[in-house]
Write a protein that binds this ligand. Sequence first.
Ligand SMILES: CC(C)(COP(=O)(O)OP(=O)(O)OC[C@H]1O[C@@H](n2cnc3c(N)ncnc32)[C@H](O)[C@@H]1OP(=O)(O)O)[C@@H](O)C(=O)NCCC(=O)NCCS
Length: 140
Amino acid sequence: MAEVFAAVAEERDAIATEPPVDVEARAASWNLDGTFVAVAGGDVVGSIHVQPNRHRFGDVGMAIVREWRSRGVGSALMEAAIAWARGHGLHKLCLGVFPHNAAGIALYRKYGFVDEGLRVKQIRRQSGELWDVLEMGLLL
Ligand SMILES: CC(C)(COP(=O)(O)OP(=O)(O)OC[C@H]1O[C@@H](n2cnc3c(N)ncnc32)[C@H](O)[C@@H]1OP(=O)(O)O)[C@@H](O)C(=O)NCCC(=O)NCCS
């Protein structure tokens, strides 16, 4: 999962983290509760994580290696995450997505997430650019 995360970070496009990613540290700190992986040929090709908080909503993060995108993996992971969140009594899932991430936004809308606001110039990229973040939420 940490290697997938590092590879997606290298793309500098879809997730806030940019290289370098300390893969060992990332792997050691990963909270496996609320995490689901997609596996192909014995390799992890994607994962999703739901991080519940004390207010009983969950923050969602996910990433899939480039070769496995737009083939239904994200949908399968999201279905697992929603079922897990419902089963753990959460009332809502939340996430932030860059407005140019068409695949991400399409996936989230497919599962009923709605736009909740735009955080303007929220993330400073290593390039110096300031990127907006679209906040989306799903009531369970
Ligand atoms: C965003 C991401 C998780 C989506 O997962 P995925 O496996 O590509 O999604 P799916 O194949 O399940 O597609 C989900 C829906 O999005 C649509 N979609 C997929 N790729 C798309 C694209 N490139 N552009 C527009 N819509 C797209 C599909 O049509 C599908 O809807 P449908 O089932 O009604 O046809 C994946 O592309 C990814 O990991 N991207 C890089 C990292 C990232 O963006 N992480 C999330 C940050 S918020």
